[in-house]
Design a protein around this ligand. Structure first.
Ligand code: HSE
Length: 400
């Protein structure tokens, strides 16, 4: 029997314990042995929980217990979660986590520490919630050169954008609705400003391209600038607006960024609505692989955490495949160099737009503003044109 500990009894921690309990026979069959939660660490009072006898509030009990082989870190953040993860790995315990902030910021050093100690650091649940993405990317697509990964990586913003589309709501109204339904947090900054999606694309890019991509080097825009009018005009042009994390290799450079994009309504990814996530991985043998499913939530995220627990238990004395080298700032290039088509909404006169841009496709006019789609232009080139007196009220890339 393998004995494990769970650090943190929030949404994901309680979901993990619930799935281990509910599916115990299946989990044991897959792991080759029973898995028993010996401790749950949380400073809050859970005396009403059916698992109340497992609670401890002293981390030392866990890290010093030689019977604990796998620790699940679902505390979140980079403070105490970093310290506890380091100490568990140093103590020769494998660690499983859904903590994307920690993996994106410290993945390289934690994976290195795990390698030195001959244990595993696994984080399938950190990207796309319950969607299997790490193993498909690293194992099933191992024969491919990956040229690009992009996707809808944040459920909260996808819900807001979907509501704006369906109900013609403005951003603030859709955000309030997401908060009322429990999708968006009281402080929605990490989601709506794109930081959460940034952490996730950094993890995917690190895995796919083999070097740690640090979030502070990745250009990140959120969805606050998307208006009801933009949704309308984008739809007139045949597109939906989605927040995408993208990482793309061109030559020896990696372009990574997070921004709102227009996606053709015919593309499969545009059908990923509400709190669902979707990821496209482009391999040079297989072509495009699209994975989609529940990107957040208690049981979907626990599904991925428990799969990693099973894997860690099965590989107690063997290292798994996962890992990457340290980051190299010289690898990352400015995404403004990439060419794409653009959507622009402005109050500039139509004649001036035609004069400065040449060929464009107009979406329509409303309330003194006009929206249009450009031909392929780099971010740098478009800024040069806009500087000639066309003030963009909104400007988004179009996924081509
Ligand atoms: N806040 C995240 C989201 C939770 O909305 O997708 C899952 O990482």
């Amino acid at each position: 029997m393998a004995e494990i500990a769970v650090l943190g009894f929030g949404v994901v921690g309680s979901g993990t314990v619930e799935v281990l309990d509910k599916n115990s026979a299946k989990v044991a069959k897959n792991a080759g042995q029973n898995i028993r939660v010996k401790y749950i660490l949380d400073i809050r009072d859970f005396s009403d929980s059916p698992f109340h006898s497992l609670f401890v509030n002293d981390f030392e009990t866990i890290v010093n217990d030689p019977d604990i082989s796998v620790v699940v870190e679902v505390i979140g953040g980079v403070g105490v979660a970093l310290e506890y993860t380091q100490r568990c790995l140093e103590a020769g315990k494998s660690v499983v986590t859904s903590n994307k902030e920690l993996v994106a910021a410290h993945g390289y050093s934690l994976l290195k520490l795990a390698r030195e100690k001959g244990v595993n650091y696994l984080f399938e649940a950190s990207v796309g919630g319950g969607i299997p993405i790490m193993r498909p990317l690293v194992q099933c697509m191992a024969a491919n050169q990956i040229s690009e990964i992009f996707g809808i990586l944040n459920g909260t913003t996808n819900y807001i954008l979907t509501e704006m589309e369906k109900n013609g709501a403005e951003f603030e109204v859709a955000l309030k609705d997401a908060q009322l339904k429990g999708y968006a947090e009281a402080d929605p900054t990490a989601d709506v400003e794109g930081h959460d999606a940034c952490r996730k694309i950094c993890i995917l890019a690190s895995l796919a391209f083999g070097k740690h991509v640090y979030p502070d080097l990745v250009s990140t825009e959120g969805i606050r600038s998307v208006t009801k009018d933009d949704k309308f005009f984008a739809s007139e042009l045949g597109y939906k607006i989605k927040l995408l994390g993208r990482a793309r290799v061109v030559g020896d450079k990696l372009y990574a960024y997070v921004a709102s994009h227009l996606i053709d309504k015919e593309q499969l990814l545009s059908g990923v609505e509400g709190v669902m996530n979707g990821v496209v991985v482009r391999g040079n043998a297989v072509g495009d692989v699209i994975l989609c499913g529940a990107g957040a939530g208690k049981l979907p995220t626990a599904s991925a955490v428990v799969a990693d627990i099973i894997d860690a238990v099965k590989h107690l004395y063997a290292r798994k495949w996962i890992g990457w080298e340290d980051g190299d700032p010289a690898l990352l290039a400015d995404p403004a160099q990439l060419e794409t088509a653009w959507y622009i909404r402005t109050d500039a006169p139509k004649a001036k737009i035609e004069r400065e841009f040449g060929d464009v496709i107009f979406a329509g006019e409303s309330n003194g503003t006009i929206a249009f789609k450009t031909m392929m232009l780099s971010g740098k080139k478009i800024n040069d044109i806009l500087a000639r007196g066309i003030k963009p009220l909104s400007i988004f890339r179009i996924l081509v």
